[in-house]
Design a protein around this ligand. Structure first.
Ligand code: SF4
Length: 356
């Protein structure tokens, strides 16, 4: 298997990268869209960035919002026509709680558009599990608690939910589809000591990979680092030991547990990545990224409530330059490193290009 999390994937789409700047008069479709079909979720994770009050992410989110079925089908028609290459379903809520997810993914599969989803795994069963197993490219389950009791504490769910999710994962892999099953293990002070043993358990239930990431507790990078400082070395040690003992050609462990400040401060004034991977929210608004979703003051690019997505996207370029990251994005941002790479690429001096 090739590199899954490399930042270089976008450079396989050179025409798109070359179209991003203000100077280019081209607007090309997004390569990939994250759709948040619903804000409803059956779990109530204590650290959920969309629901806690101290993070800017999700500050204007309505938990009952979802994309109406007709609008979703219209979006799928548009992205097929536009040539969008991939869709990821994510929260707000849990995409598997969206009542029209099955209809939507059947349409995507028919249109040969690649799709994937994040989920808590509690509804990963029946026909929706079958279609994901055989048609989706990947599925990623977010987990924190390592047994029934701890899981219930993290998520305010009844005892037994953890066991159900482990069983769902195991059953999903037995469907023998090609869908890559990843787990996102969110590490905080409570589960830090469990990392090694829990990765082993996840391998045993059949996960293809585990990505270990820090729990985000603040908009401020330094405050996050202060929070993680007492557990940082211990977690690194456990992850490295897990990599040494458990990783193989069929089970990968991604160590994304790192200090956070390099993802927080921005010194550029436009965001190229928002034209590559924008968000369609459950409120039918368009946002630049998953770190600015449901922030109406600083993150709203537009709305498709009363217009089609394709019409919105191709109607002029100025909307893509409304957000000045150096002013409003000095918080966690998954695209920061990619933005810096694109800007450096676009800013290369044209006269000196050949002097490589
Ligand atoms: S700079 Fe980062 S946080 Fe800001 S809009 Fe772009 S991707 Fe989102």
């Amino acid at each position: 298997m090739g590199l899954l999390y490399t930042k270089m994937k976008m450079f396989h789409f050179k025409e798109k990268i070359d179209s991003l700047s203000k100077e280019s008069d081209k607007i090309l479709p997004p390569l990939h869209i994250r759709i948040k079909p619903t804000n409803v979720c059956g779990h109530n994770c204590k650290y959920c960035a969309y629901r806690v009050d101290n993070l800017q992410l999700g500050k204007d989110m309505n938990v009952g919002d979802y994309i109406p079925k007709e609008k979703m089908m219209e979006i799928v028609d548009d992205i097929e026509e536009m040539g969008v290459k991939a869709i990821t379903f994510s929260g707000g809520g849990d995409p598997f709680y969206y009542p029209y997810l099955l209809d939507t993914v059947k349409r995507l599969a028919k249109a040969n558009i690649k799709f994937a989803s994040l989920t808590n795994g509690s509804k990963l069963s029946g026909e929706i599990a079958e279609i994901f197993a055989h048609k989706a490219i990947w599925l990623r389950i977010s987990i924190d608690g390592w047994d029934d009791e701890s899981y219930s504490t993290y998520r305010s769910v009844p005892i037994g939910e953890f066991t159900k999710i482990m069983n769902n994962m195991e059953h999903f892999k037995k469907l023998k589809g090609k869908c890559y099953l990843g787990v996102s293990l969110i590490v905080d002070r409570q589960n830090a000591g469990q990392v090694y043993k829990f990765i082993r358990r996840l391998k045993d239930v059949g996960a293809d990979s585990v990505k270990v990431s820090p729990c985000i507790v603040s908009n401020d990078g330094d405050e996050n680092n202060v929070y993680h400082q007492p557990i940082f070395n211990r977690v690194k040690e456990l992850v490295h030991k897990a990599i040494a003992d458990f990783s193989s050609t069929s089970f990968e462990i991604f160590d994304s547990y790192h200090a956070l400040d390099n993802k927080f401060r921005k010194n550029y004034d436009w965001c190229p990545y928002l034209q590559i991977l924008p968000i369609i929210g459950a409120d039918s608004n368009i946002y630049p990224c998953q770190d600015k979703a449901y922030n109406l003051d600083e993150g709203l690019i537009g709305s498709i409530k009363d217009q089609r997505f394709k019409n919105f996207w191709f109607s002029g370029k100025s909307k893509f330059f409304k957000i000045n990251p150096s002013k409003v994005c000095n918080h966690h941002c998954v695209a920061n490193e990619k933005n810096k790479m694109i800007l450096e690429y676009l800013n290369a001096d044209k006269i000196h290009l050949e002097f490589v």
